[in-house]
Design a protein. Structure first.
Lengths: 173, 592
């Protein structure tokens, strides 16, 4: 069931503190009075902060009257929304049918092993979040992963780890 | 002499294969060498197995080059463009040179994909140059009434391409007959089936075609507003749709009294999905547009009666809409000449898995599965044995080799226990374990279940547990029967298509491959040598170089041996994780 996707918040995130809520003003202005505005509002908020900060829910509620419980329900229902910050690079491992048949599981395991995290988690240094996702729609290039907007196809476990290492190297320089 | 055109295929899959780099390289050389060349973009032509693709059109003809990386760009510019000598080795299609890939194109009839790979999807002029907006113009010029439009759609025999196969004209008729101030047209672009990407390709390659299909529908049912519900995982599709809508608004193709039809106002809005497979179900999709959790509700009332904000609504899939302008412009008879008695027209299939020519093909309904796989698809990779094909994604089923003569039409496919679905065709060879595939799909539907119906929510979870233990060698007698019982109960007691079809992959694999289930349960063996936990790993002494890579990777220290000498696996310590197999560069790990 979908709600299981919710990950428990880490302690440091709870202490992370304030976000600048004024950034949301243009978004709220645009969608305030529109029908069916809840999902676009949450999407827009996530666009700004990279996740949905707790304070943002209250802000949306004040501005639009949308109920907190309904927003929370929607935010936990859809795979796109995150309630905790993600790493700088989001590594999406495609686990669609074609990729599965081409053994993407071995690649994901290798990457997770290399980064020392579990599926859905973020590395200690905050650089990478790895997520398994359903089909990215590049089935003929399976197995596929997507980092940011870049899609990498026809991967082997070794190549995939190499790509991650290269990103880390360029980040550290 | 016309200017030579260089057209680079920039669909999502082409870009993933490096087409942007190819484009940039062409641009760079054209600028530095000041070449008189018209460099253009197009979308996916469906030939994914040869991406990146570049078409060159000059005075002598058309040449489609495959696998054009940066090195090939330099070579093509040097030989083909500067010295006028095409390079036959790289050509995948041309009337001048025979290509072994020609069979991929033979037998295809392109109606849905008529413009994909042939126009610049970001150009309205390109679309209009290939009969674009002629369907809606014909309606305007010849004063075709909404009822007549619906009759045309009925006569064409087209059925819903999203999977259900409900006659499109009937759906429109219901929506037309319900009186209301407001009505809506929705285009379902929430293509969620893993293994299907024809909708993405159409949206990226021919966005105006989808808009025109929606306009015609709006006219026919009497709606003034359209929504495209597109999944957020398709950023390029959303970008191109937005551009197309903007262009259409500027031209007056969207807005008031469009195409001079008095009183026909129509506009289109894009709604981005937020990631939920269940939103492909029409009532869940409507709930999602309204801003709520995407949970299906009971039908009736059907959306044609009470849909978006309780108004009559017609929902069709992308592939359905793209056919409509063609049907109106060419006439319903032209469409109905293809296909079988009950399934008219063509269908796009996404060929993936263990197949040589992975990509998108559009064929007339009624062609056999075997022909699709062997003639167009070029057969199975590495000359392995064809085992089965999964049709219809997680809602569909497995069709085994001995039924591969089955024609692809709605009714014949249903008779096998699979469904046509959106047209994803995942080909499996002898090394694919069907029990694992069934487990994979159950894992998917179980996660994607919205949780509303108990049997779908809990039942799929229980089925997944049973399947997981079977693939891990913990299967018990009676497990198969339990799966069958659970499957029937879930089918009977779920509200929407997701639950009603979720057990299909399990039921069809049990039906056709019961012996494989039994081998897993009784003999603790995986006949396809795929389920890791059921394998025994050994080291082939002659191949092992003693590089220590497997030894270092082994999490349980089950591998022993000295550097530069053959290693050995201690079976009592081995946990069958397979790390040694992935680490070994010398194919020295044997599995059985």
């Amino acid at each position: 069931m979908r709600i299981q996707r919710l990950k428990p918040a880490r302690k440091e995130e709870l202490l992370l503190g304030e976000v600048d809520l004024t950034l949301m003003e243009p978004l709220l202005e645009k969608y305030k009075d529109r029908k069916g505005n809840m999902i676009p509002l949450l999407q827009g908020t996530q666009e700004i902060y990279g996740y949905l900060p707790k304070a943002a829910f209250a802000k949306i509620h004040q501005a639009t009257g949308l109920e907190l419980n309904e927003m929370y329900g929607v935010a936990t229902f859809y795979a796109q929304f995150r309630l905790v910050p993600a790493g700088k690079h989001i590594v999406k491992m495609c686990h669609g049918t074609a990729c599965h048949v081409q053994n993407v599981t071995a690649i994901t395991d290798e990457i997770l092993d290399n980064l020392q995290i579990k599926d859905g988690e973020t590395t200690e240094d905050g650089l990478f979040t790895v997520e398994t996702v359903a089909c990215l729609g590049c089935c003929s290039l399976a197995p596929v992963m997507m980092i940011g907007d870049e899609t990498y196809g026809k991967l082997s476990p070794r190549q995939a780890v190499k790509i991650i290492r290269e990103i880390r190297r360029s980040e550290n320089n | 002499m016309g200017k030579t055109q260089v057209i680079v295929g920039l669909g999502s899959c082409g870009i993933a294969a490096g087409a942007s780099k190819t484009y940039n390289e062409f641009e760079r050389i054209i600028n530095t060498d000041k070449l008189e060349i018209n460099l253009r973009k197009t979308s996916c032509i469906g030939m994914c197995f040869r991406e990146p693709l570049v078409e060159i059109i000059d005075d002598t003809g058309k040449y489609l080059y495959g696998e054009v990386d940066q090195a090939r760009v330099d070579e093509i510019i040097d030989k083909h463009i500067k010295k006028f000598t095409p390079i036959p080795d790289y050509i995948v299609q041309s009337d001048k040179y025979p290509s072994k890939d020609q069979e991929f194109f033979d037998g295809q009839v392109k109606i849905s994909l008529r413009n994909c790979g042939h126009i610049d999807p970001e150009s309205l002029e390109d679309y209009e140059a290939r009969d674009g907006y002629k369907g809606i113009r014909k309606i305007a010029n010849e004063n075709i009434s909404p009822e007549q439009v619906i009759q045309h759609v009925l006569d064409s025999g087209i059925r819903g391409r999203g999977g259900g196969g409900f006659p499109t004209g009937m759906k429109w008729k219901f929506a037309r007959n319900n009186q209301s101030e407001r009505k809506y047209v929705i285009c379902n672009a929430d293509e969620g089936d893993p293994g299907a990407f024809m909708d993405r390709s159409i949206l990226e390659g021919d966005p105006h075609g989808v808009l025109e299909g929606m306009m015609i529908c709006g006219y026919a049912i009497g709606a003034s507003e359209g929504y495209i519900y597109c999944r957020a995982e398709y950023p390029l599709a959303i970008k191109r749709l937005n551009m197309a809508i903007e262009q259409a608004r500027v031209k007056g193709y969207l807005g008031k009294d469009i195409f001079g039809i008095p009183g026909f106002d129509f506009d289109i809005i894009i709604k981005e999905g937020a990631g939920a497979f269940v939103c492909g179900e029409e009532t869940a999709l409507i709930a999602s547009i309204e801003g709520a959790r995407g949970m299906p509700r009971r039908r009736p009332p059907f959306p044609a009666e009470a849909g978006l904000w309780k108004n009559p609504t017609n929902i069709n899939n992308v592939e359905t809409f793209i056919n409509i302008p063609w049907i109106i412009h060419q006439g319903p008879e032209a469409y109905a000449q293809y296909g079988t008695e009950k399934s008219k027209g063509t269908k796009v299939f996404a060929l993936t898995g263990k197949i040589n020519h992975g990509g998108l093909v559009e064929v007339p309904m009624g062609i056999s599965i075997k022909d699709v796989i062997y003639k167009l698809g070029g057969g199975i990779t590495d000359n392995k044995k064809f085992k089965a094909v999964q049709l219809g994604g997680p809602s569909g089923g497995c069709i085994p080799e001995h039924l591969s003569h089955t024609p692809v039409d709605y009714d014949s496919v249903n008779a096998t226990g699979a469904i046509m679905g959106s047209g994803g065709m995942v080909v499996m060879d002898e090394t694919t374990c069907v029990v694992d595939i069934a487990r994979f799909f159950l894992d998917f539907t179980q996660k994607e279940s919205c949780g509303k119906c108990t049997f779908c929510r809990v039942g799929t979870k229980r089925m997944l547990e049973v399947l997981t233990r079977i693939t891990e060698g913990e299967g018990q007698e009676g497990d198969i029967e339990m799966l069958e019982e659970l499957a029937e109960t879930i089918k009977d007691s779920s509200l929407c298509g997701l639950g009603q079809t979720a057990p299909n992959p399990v039921l069809t694999t049990i039906k056709y491959f019961r012996d494989e289930y039994e081998a897993h349960i009784r003999d603790k063996k995986c006949p396809a040598i795929s389920c890791k936990k059921l394998l025994t790993y050994t080291i082939i002494e002659e191949k092992c170089t003693g590089c220590m890579a497997c030894l270092k990777g082994c999490p349980t220290d089950a591998i022993v041996g000295e550097k530069k000498q053959a290693h050995n696996i201690l079976q009592e310590k081995c946990i069958q994780c397979g790390v040694c197999f992935t680490r070994c560069k010398f194919e020295a790990i044997h599995m059985e």
